[in-house]
Design a protein around this ligand. Structure first.
Ligand code: T1G
Length: 703
């Protein structure tokens, strides 16, 4: 038996009864680091000359097969062996190679498997090409080999969605050859190897299979569909170019074309932004105060208030397996809340988010309403989502304090009230926290975990653990008016209003920001959320408003006419017969003209570039202030807030990452220029000034 050799400890080579088992050992996800690539190169070189080995089985140690290239290496000088060359050497092997997929065989991991001659999956395996989610395309033969196995349509669906598919679907598409009944990759691989040896199976090179067929029309259809959907992201369209090469060029030329496209994506700012988002999503929950802190156990949740937010929060908890008791003030309100929760759960069932059995079990066992707070005596966590009035919140928290068990966590879903003051209404301020959900609460990923002064660290940890349970992204926020997201929103929303007063139309601004990559512009968002929300906020802030602040009145004019947006079929836009796509309203422009007249403003035309620069300068400036004040822990926390809760285009990385991409000196120059017209609104953040003076970036504050 050939002695086992471990190559740079990242890859193990061991021959058993004529089968070379090659094991990647690079926890946690067997990423294709340079050590792994070197180890695989050496292992397959040995396999090629090892007369004891008739066939090779490639597996990943631990929880998954190779989950892709090592994302940490991107942006650094490439090191040999390059992955496409390594995979070509595997494919060129004169003896058969089997890849055994388990866990998540993604990106370069799946591409390595496509370079093998046979692919076996364990039942729980998932495969996918998520490169587009990182601003890339498959860069190691995936765009050339996958279409040869599945055809162009299925290959492009996988590549441009980045969506992983289960073993069953992969088998149906031809990505894999068999699904093993084993649960251990090595056992499964050895059994398959012996099956292939018994049938004298030979090498079967995907790269030598016929090129996939596709028509120019089909490619054009893919391009027009993706142009609409990707909102300015480049990599999905680059996938089409690469697959077109697979269909029209010989394999080697197709590989060259794939490399060209991959390298151009690698160099794009979108790749840097999307990889920043990938790591920020994981770093945002890594806070010093949470290190080693155990969260309290939460299985029974109480919700106070069954309106839009309360019902949405209830459904979010129910879909995640938690038990929910929802309290309303009377039977009528309780039955209305029950109907809302039942409807939302029905929608989740219709969309395939839950099975019929789970849907019925939730309604039968895990959800109930009540009008008596005593029903919450065993709740581990109670989240209030009642009317935004401090008096009402105080009353709720006093009652909760009286009935809830010791150690129960009392959370407020308030979107701007001072949670320190809410906590003061109880005898347990250490157990009080803010859990700010975003509507619709069972859909939006963002959860602001708002931490008042007295809150215990394990209560903060419990907020983050709850977010993980709910499959949400938790961002730690300090207490201020609007916390992180809404505070910054108020500023850039005001900047948009000021631009309207100065000459842009709401429709110009919406168009410019959608071209930048937002799903909706700010005025479309206002129409969706309801103009009455902004109206109430302006009324609330009016008494304490600084006299230097510019406040536009045209939105109030619409509210006075009860034009609150989509819910009244008219706001900034007119929504004909209930459609969700509005059309500009000439009367809105008349109100704006009138207001400019009253203010003596001569309107200035603004092009899209000007609009985006001013809008983003306001967002970045306030974001920097929020970081400087410690309301957000790091710039990445502001980025994650806007990527997961405010529709900021992910391929721009978030406002703070984007600021570094533009360059803080340019941002500061803009701020100082705008401040010449409105020194109060455009006061440049001192943090930006300091970073510019030191030649540093906002990202330098993320570690
Ligand atoms: N490279 C480096 N580190 C990675 C990584 C990767 N590919 N994937 C995960 N990690 C780290 C992650 O940062 C975290 O680190 C830890 O592993 C656990 O991850 C040539 C160019 C595999 C589904 O896009 O989707 O191949 O925080 O918390 O929830 O064409 O990780 O512990 O320090 O996410 O169980 C393509 C990305 C790359 C897969 C596991 N592959 N990873 O999820 O754990 S591009 C991907 C994931 C490519 C080729 C192209 C998930 C997961 P830390 P985790 P998880």
């Amino acid at each position: 038996m050939t002695p086992t050799n471990s190559y740079e400890s990242a890859v193990d080579y061991d021959v058993t009864d004529g089968v070379a088992v090659i094991t990647v050992q690079n926890p946690p996800v067997n990423a294709l680091s340079v050590a792994v690539r070197r180890g695989l190169d050496a292992a397959f070189a040995q396999f090629s000359t090892d007369t004891d080995a008739k066939i090779a089985v490639l597996i990943g140690e631990g929880r998954t097969f190779i989950a892709g290239a090592d994302i940490k290496e991107f942006g650094k000088p490439p090191q040999e062996p390059r992955l496409p060359d390594l995979i070509q050497r595997i494919e060129n092997s004169e003896k058969p190679v089997i890849a055994v997929l388990h866990g998540t065989a993604l990106g370069g991991g799946l591409e390595v498997a496509l370079g093998a001659h046979y692919r076996l999956a364990l039942p729980s395996a998932k495969v996918g090409l998520p490169e587009v989610t990182l601003g890339l395309i498959p860069g190691a033969g995936g765009t050339q080999r996958l279409p040869r196995l599945t055809g162009v349509d299925a290959a492009l669906s996988l590549m441009t969605s980045g969506r992983p598919i289960k073993a069953e679907e992969a088998l149906n598409l031809g990505v894999i050859d068999q699904i093993s009944t084993e649960t251990d990759p090595k056992t499964a691989g050895l059994a398959y190897a012996n099956q292939l040896l018994a049938t004298k199976a030979t090498v079967r090179r995907v790269g030598e299979m016929p090129a996939p067929l596709v028509t120019a029309t089909e490619l054009a259809d893919w391009r027009s569909k993706l142009t609409k959907k990707s909102r300015g992201q480049l990599s999905p369209l680059a996938c089409v170019d690469a697959v077109e090469a697979a269909a029209t060029l010989d394999f080697a030329s197709g590989m060259t074309r794939e490399r060209e496209l991959f390298m151009s994506m690698l160099a794009s700012p979108q790749r840097a932004a999307l990889i920043h988002a990938f790591f920020a999503e994981r770093k945002v929950s890594k806070l010093p105060e949470l290190q080693g802190m155990d969260a309290r156990s939460v299985t029974k949740v109480g919700i106070i208030g069954g309106g839009t937010m309360g019902a949405g929060i209830a459904v979010s908890c129910l879909l995640s397996g938690l038990d929910v008791t929802l309290i309303e003030r009377n039977e009528d309100a309780a039955s209305t809340a029950k109907a809302t929760v039942t409807r939302l759960l029905g929608d989740s069932l219709k969309r395939g988010k839950i099975s019929e059995a789970k849907h019925n079990a939730i309604l039968a066992e895990s959800f109930r309403t009540n009008i008596d707070y005593a029903a919450l005596s065993q709740a581990d966590l109670v989240i209030e989502a009642v009317f935004e009035s401090m008096e009402v919140k105080h009353d709720v928290f006093r009652q909760l304090d009286a009935v809830c068990k010791p150690g129960a966590i009392l959370a407020s879903n308030t979107s701007y009230l001072d949670i320190n003051e809410i906590a003061a209404a109880t005898n347990r301020p250490q157990d009080v926290i803010g859990l700010h959900f975003f509507s619709p609460a069972h859909v939006m990923k963002l959860l602001e975990v708002v931490v008042p002064d007295a809150t215990a660290p394990d209560v903060v940890a419990t907020g983050f653990a709850l977010a993980k349970t709910l499959n949400k992204i938790a961002v730690r926020a300090g207490v201020c008016d609007g916390f992180i997201g809404n505070r910054i929103l108020a500023t850039y929303r005001a900047a948009a209003d000021h631009m309207v007063l100065d000459g842009a139309s709401p429709y110009d601004i919406d168009r410019a920001l959608k071209a930048f990559g937002f799903a909706m512009g700010p005025f479309e968002v206002s129409d969706l959320a309801g103009l009455d929300i902004g109206w109430a906020t302006r009324k609330r802030k009016a008494p304490t408003l600084d006299p230097r602040a510019r406040v536009a009145k045209f939105a109030d004019r619409l509210c006075e006419l009860s034009r609150f947006g989509q819910k009244t079929s008219r706001g900034f836009y007119i929504y004909a017969d209930g459609s969700r796509r509005g059309s500009p309203d000439a009367e809105v422009l008349q109100f704006i003209e009138a207001e400019r007249g009253e203010l003596g403003i001569t309107p200035q035309k603004m092009d899209d570039e000007t609009i985006v620069r001013r809008y983003m300068a306001a967002m970045i400036n306030e974001g920097a202030k929020v970081v400087a004040e410690g309301i957000a822990q790091r710039p990445l926390d502001v980025d994650m807030t806007f990527l997961s809760g405010y529709g900021f285009p992910r391929h721009r990385g978030g406002p703070m990452h984007y600021a570094d991409e533009i360059g803080l000196p340019a941002i500061l120059t803009d701020l100082e220029r705008y401040a010449q017209d409105d020194a109060y609104f455009w006061q440049p953040s001192q943090l930006i000034r300091d970073l510019v003076a030191k030649g540093q970036t906002l990202s330098s504050l993320n570690d």
